[in-house]
Design a binder for this molecule. Structure first.
Ligand SMILES: [Zn+2]
Length: 267
């Protein structure tokens, strides 16, 4: 194959991938110039695993985004409404991840895709009693149909940068190694995608957070840039129009000492 032809193929492949994916970095550039991480949890809530994730986040003063599936939030399990309330009370941000976790670009009709988006939001809002502004498409798919549906609803797609794929392998050690390895090399803002319904997430989260604490201690001693936690409500208040960010402000005002928690994780 000629060099020119292989170069043309490379450009074509790169071009088509770029056209289909959502822009990265998913949450823009690091404002501080330090490496940053924002935690996002998809596919919950789950009555067994989500509280364990919340315990760990609380211990480290971290506020995350929970992209819930409507069927899970509206589940008949009696523990679920209290978990949704706890997520808000502890200063996390709620967002939507559809009703049934369909691939919205492959569903047969636009109507079915619209229904999966709308039903998901309705189910989560009915339990949470707050308005949702951020949306994440199952599998992170992007297509003209989906962009049109989101624009018509004033929803913003929130993608990710780091995907340890624990939804597939459910291996805690692999998850921890991937995340800590990526952060060790990073000099930018990273949105982490993990799943609060997975045992691997429950096991690896304390390992990742302890690694960040230890790493930051040695970075401070060496005069190097620390890894900062980007707090989800603060980011939402910055990014979303006032009306759409009402729920995040609400979530913030409910949390006594939110600013203290923020200060405790910022070096
Ligand atoms: Zn998902």
């Amino acid at each position: 194959m000629s060099r020119l032809l292989s170069l043309a193929i490379l450009v074509l492949v790169a071009g088509s991938a770029a056209a289909k994916g959502w822009p990265t970095p998913a949450a823009g550039e690091s404002a501080s110039g330090d490496p940053e991480i924002l935690f996002t949890f998809d596919d919950g809530p789950n009555p067994t695993t989500t509280p364990k994730v919340l315990d760990e986040l609380k211990k480290h003063g971290i506020h995350a985004v929970f992209f819930m599936v409507g069927e899970m939030a509206g589940s008949e399990n009696k523990k679920v409404p209290a978990i949704v309330k706890r997520i808000l009370d502890e200063g996390h941000v709620l967002a939507s991840h559809t009703m049934k976790h369909h691939d919205l670009c492959r569903l047969k009709s636009e109507e079915a895709a619209a229904a999966d988006i709308d039903d998901g939001i309705a189910a989560i809002e009915a339990v949470a009693k707050v308005k949702l502004a951020w949306f994440r498409a199952p599998y992170g798919v992007r297509c003209d149909r989906l962009e049109k549906l989101l624009a018509a609803r004033g929803l913003q797609h929130f993608h990710w940068d780091l995907d340890p794929q624990e939804w597939k392998h459910n291996d805690a050690q692999k998850t921890t190694s991937y995340v800590t390895g990526s952060l060790a090399r990073s000099s930018r803002r990273n949105v982490l995608l993990v799943h609060d319904i997975k045992k691997a997430t429950v096991t690896s989260l304390p390992q990742i957070l302890e690694w960040i604490d230890t790493e930051n201690k040695s970075r401070r001693e060496a005069g190097k840039r620390p890894i900062r936690i980007l707090q989800a409500p603060a980011y939402a208040a910055e990014q979303l129009p006032e009306g759409l960010a009402a729920w995040s402000i609400d979530a913030k005002t409910r949390v006594v000492g939110f600013r203290t928690a923020l200060a405790s994780v910022l070096p």
